[in-house]
Design a protein around this ligand. Sequence first.
Ligand SMILES: [Zn+2]
Length: 299
Amino acid sequence: MSSPDLSGYRVIAVHAHPDDEAIWTGGALANLARRGAHVTVVTCTLGEEGEVIGEPFQGLVADEADQLGGFRIRELQDSLAALNVNGAFLGGAGAFRDSGMMGSPAHENPRAFVNSGEHAVALLVEIFQELRPHLVITYGPDGGYGHPDHIRAHHITHAAAQQVAIPRILWAVNHLGETVAGVGNIETIPQGWSRPDEDYLRNAGVVDSDLAIDLAEPDFQAKARAMRAHATQIWFADGQSSVTNPDVALGSGPDPVFSLSNLLAQPLLRREHYQLGAGQPLSGSLLSDIDRDFVGEKQ
Ligand SMILES: [Zn+2]
């Protein structure tokens, strides 16, 4: 398969929290960067309201030392390095705070991203004006799984795109059928973990997507490394421990098995799915569409 040089092609991914860039879009971003595109991840919060996997850094959570946000900056930097992409925080590191889950008291913080109003849109407009992306990736109107900060990321992206023309906006989605099958294929669930039920998966999945990207091995490996960098948030059941998480989990199946802090086992699948949010229609393959549009434009 040809891999045209994408130097000069600019991509921005707008994400709510550190780790979303890896989980939702790591494979595509790694691929685009590997082929020379200029890729920037804009992260809107520090994920301060998250839980912590692993004993050593439990005390960082919002209800205790409230230091998780700063810790997650380092995790994000390592993830971005694994993907070989650039990073920026919307408004600078710490400008907006994680709003927590739906109904969380964290919404009351004036700095909560859900309260970011037109200011956040203006900040993103500045970034769009500076970088002039050909492609912007974010989530759909439900934020992918209903998290208020993800929904907000969707809204500011589309509001900013009203002010700066963006040729194409894609929404990262989970493909429900493939995820259900992948969960079903997990052979061994680590001790203390459980298998997510279909209601849980349905909340974060779509029945159909506009395009699927099959991750080439280097992109799949980069995505896995990026996810691993977020050790307070993601636990791979591969028998390895880390400074952040000295505990070891062992799972097995055709795909690598990981969990978030809910300890629900998930497969790391070799495909990512996207929907067309706005702009130029797709013929079914993001990578070949980009090649066609962009390489055609350069010629
Ligand atoms: Zn998130």
